[in-house]
Design a protein around this ligand. Structure first.
Ligand SMILES: [Zn+2]
Length: 277
């Protein structure tokens, strides 16, 4: 129990990282919530929207992220670790499930939660990298507008149903959510384009591609041979460029993150363990 008296301030030691974030210029604290599990500090700042000089496009697959930008750079980020985490917990659950249904549900829920936290961490790393790249290159971010679970299945050729399918679509949405709020915080515009045909059409001439060996595609018209993820990223980039007048005044397609609110969650446990100045 906390020694708490009405209308008396309650001192809570914060760690260095939290203090540094909260002392940044322009930060306003909106609310503070203390539970037995954690202290949540909700803070906000006005983010000025940057005028991008180009775009950075993201294609997301089960095992990787492929990023293509207006300068012609292609970068791939491995997400296999997130897949491994999923596989590990799936394995654990399969052992549990032979026993009592009720225990199974409880354990399943617990593993599900831990698994999400682990995958979240991996995605945080990836989303941070993308937003940093966008900031450095003064790029706006382009992603596919993923609607409906069918698209999500098709995307990574996942035939899995139930838990696995939910997990995969969740991690897609989670990555986009993270990119969106991190970009908003930096004033980087984010746009969504129609995903239709991005993986099947040639990123040079627009013809339909034929699958070749080793995840490559070949264009039947212009002969272009390309990795399928790179092709998709290039198509998303081209689509974004067509819809966004980059570095111009009209920004009808750009979502304007005029103000972003980020909720920072810190475990109370951690606060007491590492009290600082
Ligand atoms: Zn072609």
């Amino acid at each position: 129990m906390l020694p708490f008296k009405p209308k008396q301030p309650l001192p809570i030691p914060l760690n260095v990282h939290v203090l540094r974030v909260l002392s940044e210029p322009g930060i306003q604290i909106r609310s503070v919530t203390l539970t037995d599990q954690r202290l949540s500090i909700c803070y906000a700042k006005e983010a000025e929207l940057i005028q991008p000089r180009g775009l950075i496009a993201i294609d997301r697959n089960l095992d990787n992220l492929t990023v293509a930008d207006s300068d012609g750079q292609i970068r791939r980020q491995n997400l296999a670790k997130a897949t491994e985490v999923k596989a590990m917990y799936r394995e654990l659950r399969s052992h549990v499930q032979r026993n009592d249904v009720r225990i199974c549900q409880r354990v399943s829920g617990k593993y599900g939660c831990k698994q999400r936290e682990k995958v979240k961490q991996i995605l945080h790393h990836a989303s941070k990298q993308i937003v940093m790249d966008a900031k450095r290159g003064e790029f706006g971010i382009v992603m596919e507008k993923l609607t409906g679970i069918r698209k999500l299945y098709r995307k990574g050729n996942w035939q899995g149903r139930g838990y696995r399918g939910r997990m995969n679509s969740w991690s897609f949405a989670e990555l986009q959510r993270q990119i969106e709020y991190k970009a908003a915080w930096e004033g980087i515009p984010v746009i969504y384009v129609n995903p239709y045909g991005t993986s099947a059409k040639c990123s040079k001439c627009g013809q339909r591609m034929k699958p070749e060996e080793n995840r490559t595609l070949k264009c039947s018209k212009c002969g272009f041979i390309v990795d399928r993820d790179v092709n998709a990223a290039r198509n998303i980039l081209a689509r974004g460029a067509r819809f966004t007048p980059v570095a111009s005044a009209s920004e009808a397609m750009v979502r304007e993150p005029a103000r972003s609110v980020v909720i920072l969650k810190v475990d109370a446990d951690e606060l007491t363990r590492r009290p600082t100045t």
